[in-house]
Design a protein around this ligand. Sequence first.
Ligand SMILES: [Cu+2]
Length: 161
Amino acid sequence: MRRLLLLSLLAMPLLVPSGPTRAESGPIQVQQVWSRAAPQGRVGVLYMTVTDSGAPDQLVAVSTPVAEKAELHESVAEGGVMKMRPVAAAPVETGKPLVLKPGGYHVMLMGLRRTLKEGDEFPVTIRFAHAGPISVTAHVAKAGAAAAPAEMGRGNGTMSH
Ligand SMILES: [Cu+2]
């Protein structure tokens, strides 16, 4: 009896379905999705960490219902001045996290449809050149925050708390 029970416990993870819409399924994971407080009608920003345990891919588009348009940008230092420019894609390399963060790659949320307040959450869909789209939840930090809200911990974007 004991051996039978142990075997069925070992087999259980194989029975858990893994749908393509779950952030933690597949080789690509999107975590630490965060934004900053900003008023309706203005420009917001979005940061995240993308990890890939499979083949190299590219992050090519982001969309969210809270903004009219989301653009992928890269900040670069030119002659000691930080400037940003739109880019068509950001590389997602195997085993090397793509970190969208202040001073680097980021997503600009053009034309915020509503005010983003600290503590708010909103849905975001991330598209890749090869992998299917991943839907996550962004967490809003205070205006001017330099890092993800502390309460996010290391969980992924879809966790609830
Ligand atoms: Cu920008």
